[in-house]
Ligand binder design. Structure first.
Ligand code: ZN
Length: 142
């Protein structure tokens, strides 16, 4: 009959340890070969794959269109700034002067709270409201 105790013949078993029982070891992370599928668009966005000629052309076209939209938006905003500057009626003039744009494209008049609070982007809701009142088309956001 085979000895199934796991103790080699002729050796003496270890005495039981004294003190509190030791906790079982923490489970070890097991690395298993794993393939994560990523959408090609995401891989392209993060530079994980080289774009094909067609993809490169699309990316350049998209970038050119985005730049065109940005330029149109900037021109529209510049036009709105000029129109807003022409408003002399009170109290709109005083309110617009308070909610002026600083060098960082933020409103100087809006209150903001919190240690990490940031001033809102210009045009803020107040400036947009006045612009709409005067029929001025002003792009919102940055
Ligand atoms: Zn404001």
């Amino acid at each position: 009959m085979a000895d199934r105790s796991g103790i080699p013949p002729g050796s003496t078993p270890m005495p039981a340890a004294k003190g509190p029982p030791t906790p079982p070891p923490a489970p070890q992370a097991i690395k298993i070969g794993h393939v994560v599928e990523v959408a090609r668009e995401l891989a392209l966005d993060h530079g994980l794959v080289e774009p094909t000629e067609q993809e490169r052309a699309e990316m350049e076209r998209d970038a050119a269109q985005a730049e065109e939209r940005r330029a149109e938006r900037a021109a529209k905003r510049d036009a709105a700034r000029e129109q807003l500057a022409g408003i002399i009626e009170e109290p709109a003039r005083t309110i617009l002067d308070l909610h002026a744009e600083n060098d960082f494209g933020e409103c100087t008049g809006c209150d903001f709270a919190g240690s990490e609070g940031e001033p809102p982007d210009w045009p803020c809701a107040t400036v947009i409201t006045i612009a709409r009142h005067y029929g001025i088309d002003i792009p919102e956001g940055t």
